[in-house]
Design a protein around this ligand. Structure first.
Ligand code: CA
Length: 657
């Protein structure tokens, strides 16, 4: 019905356009629908437990972003159902309850020789093919325009190459033309476009425009272009619900600038963006304030912390409280995000890249890794290829590689559907199976030799019936444990219900750094020396920007920065020491420089490093520091950075390794 509606509207618009301008959408080539999945009518038996979501409507958007799927297919990746039978990806998604597909569109993700940048090489042509395929399986399409030639998010909104020399007025025309043309091509291919997203995670601007009102001027043009060629909902897309002031300001700017949109969408990743209460409240508040629909346009959660393709993953530690990286933990996270969106009056949830599996499952074999690397370069099935270097030298140019998301897919590393793929259809009546114990937390701790410590009082226990899951108090058998001797110890423990667990305790040598994680209130041992950029560094209390705990050394300024942060300590015993700390940050310039340093007895050792993005933590180390007992040693970070560069440093240690 809707598909015909769109065709009819497109035709009408085409007639109107004939009279006013040269662009005439062609008649859409509506594909025959070859499959229609249905939702269960009652609770089903399963390997995982899913509580039904009260009040969820049948039209609730249960979306999947599968932008990388064609590149994966070209690379030779295959998908299988739970029984191990090879099956079409879209059929598997439909059977899992997915009713919408999302696809990103980059303006021109190719270098001058036509080599793809990777990340699926998602251009209009690919989006059109994915959109048509979705329609064949009875699914609507969300078109996600990044208005860049490659990844766009809060840390980068690079201008498309073709727009590089344009001023704002020229860009306004260009975004209108591009949106109309690209969307028309996707519609003509037969996609059932239900929503169009203008810009991707545009908290800090879009298409190279960092001033919010100028970015909003582009949004206004883009929204009008969507209205001109389709009757799809227009969505704006932001991220990070913890930035409530910024999101609120954006709602005002969108209104002031007359941006005609229907949906205020956000990304919500439970391990980055705080608890689910915050999700529900922010969505509710945004809906009330704007009077628009609200939607989670991206979410995901890991089922494992392992890597499956030989290319590191975005999330390999630091999970959301109460959600272990297990099949049940992943299922719970999805179900709970949907539940909160329903409670907030939202229209749906899109899961980001549930099918971004390894090309080949890598388990340490050099030839498999080489094959994967070849596929990422040839077909763009990794997050970035080396060809992206000219456009994105600081990120893709340095760290190009495979899937950073294989542990958050809804398929295992060999492409077999996980039980958690079915959460979407089980949102209505739930799923339940035999009661089995699924997970017992094994906590890890690190202390310095001889330091006082307290082992965790409780551990997370998870059953297939979630109502029986939760934290249980635990008694640890510390027996003959001697924590004055450095080493790794596994301490056995038993919960109140008699379940056995282990605490992995690492006892390291004495750390000379005082207040090493910045968590203590007295920070007077840290010395700040500002040469330019004003008081551009301080101690920030924000857990998302801390490697451990919630506080970290932080820098940012409106103007260019030049500063040193240091601490001076005395070595109690002689030995060969290592300095280690963690750093993350971004928006740095080509000439910016960062270095860790250690000065002792008039000699200096350096470790230059760079900052590659938000939460892309790098471990900076200086090895082989010879200290005699009584030596005074100064260590820290020297930095020279352009205005608006930002970053944090955390978790320092200076110890004998
Ligand atoms: Ca990976």
């Amino acid at each position: 019905m809707c598909k015909r509606g769109i065709t009819f509207t497109a035709l009408l618009l085409g007639l109107c356009l004939l009279a006013s301008c040269s662009m005439t959408p062609k008649k859409a080539d509506i594909p025959e629908q070859i499959y229609q999945a249905s939702l269960p009518s009652q609770k089903e038996k399963a390997d995982i437990f899913v509580e039904p979501v009260e009040g969820i409507s049948e039209n609730f958007i249960r979306g999947a972003d599968v932008s990388s799927c064609l590149a994966l297919e070209e690379s030779g990746a295959l998908f299988y159902d739970a029984e191990g039978q090879q099956e079409d990806l879209f059929r598997l998604l439909a059977d899992g309850g997915i009713n919408w597909i999302r696809v990103r569109v980059w303006n021109d993700p190719y270098d001058a020789d036509g080599n793809g940048y990777g990340g699926g090489n998602c251009d209009t042509e690919k989006a059109a093919r994915i959109g048509r395929k979705a329609a064949e399986y009875g699914m609507k399409l969300l078109v996600d325009f990044h208005y860049s030639d490659f990844w766009a998010d809060p840390s980068k909104q690079m201008t498309p190459k073709a727009w590089a020399k344009m001023d704002l007025e020229e860009k306004k025309k260009a975004i209108r033309v591009f949106t109309e043309k690209s969307l028309s091509e996707i519609l003509e291919a037969g996609a059932d476009v239900g929503m169009v997203q203008i810009g991707n995670e545009i908290n800090n601007g879009m298409a190279g425009e960092q001033v919010k009102k100028e970015a909003a001027a582009l949004l206004k043009e883009a929204a009008e272009a969507v209205r001109k060629v389709s009757d799809a909902r227009v969505a704006v897309h932001f991220t990070d619900i913890t930035e409530t002031d910024k999101l609120s300001r954006w709602t005002e700017i969108l209104q002031e600038c007359g941006v005609d949109y229907d949906v205020f969408g956000i990304s919500y990743y439970p391990y980055w963006h705080g608890g689910m209460d915050g999700l529900e409240k922010t969505l509710y508040d945004l809906r009330k304030k704007t009077g628009k629909e609200v939607c989670v346009l991206e979410t995901a959660y890991p089922w494992t912390l392992e890597d499956g393709d030989g290319s590191g993953n975005s999330v390999s530690a630091k999970l959301a409280d109460g959600y272990p990286a297990t099949l049940q933990g992943q299922a719970d996270a999805i179900r709970d995000v949907c539940d909160r969106v329903v409670r907030a009056g939202g229209i749906g949830v899109f899961y980001w890249e549930p099918a971004w599996i390894p090309v080949h499952h890598y388990q340490g074999e050099a030839d498999i890794l080489a094959e994967n690397q070849k596929a990422w370069e040839t077909y763009g099935s990794g997050w970035a290829s080396s060809y992206a270097a000219a456009y994105d030298p600081d990120d893709a140019g340095r760290y190009y590689g495979g899937s950073s998301w294989d542990n958050q897919a809804l398929f295992d590393f060999d492409g077999k559907a996980l039980p958690s793929l079915n959460v979407w259809k089980w949102l209505y009546h739930g799923a339940e199976g035999t009661l089995v114990l699924q997970y017992i937390e094994e906590p890890s701790m690190e202390i310095t030799a001889g330091a006082p410590y307290t082992l965790p009082e409780k551990v997370l226990i998870q059953y297939s019936d979630r109502t029986k899951s939760g934290y249980q108090a635990v008694t640890w058998d510390t027996g003959s444990l001697n924590t004055t001797i450095p080493g790794s110890y596994d301490i056995p423990g038993q919960t109140t219900e008699g379940l056995e667990t282990v605490c992995h305790l690492t006892v390291s040598n004495v750390n000379l750094v005082r207040n090493p994680s910045l968590e203590e209130d007295d920070s007077s041992m840290w010395k700040f020396d500002f040469r330019s950029g004003g008081t551009c560094a301080d101690i920030q209390d924000k857990s998302d920007d801390a490697y451990e705990g919630s506080r970290a050394l932080h820098f940012w300024s409106e103007s260019d920065m030049d500063f040193t942060i240091s601490q001076t300590v005395t070595a109690a015993e002689g030995g060969i020491y290592t300095l280690s700390f963690y750093a993350q940050g971004g928006d740095i310039g080509e000439d910016d420089s960062f270095e860790g340093f250690v000065e002792v007895n008039g000699e200096e050792k350096l470790a230059p490093f760079t900052l590659t993005g938000w939460q892309l933590w790098q471990n900076v180390r200086i090895n082989g520091i010879k200290l005699n007992a009584g030596d005074r040693v100064t260590f820290g970070i020297r930095a020279r950075a352009q205005a608006k560069a930002w970053g944090t440093f955390d978790c320092f240690s200076l110890s004998i390794r």
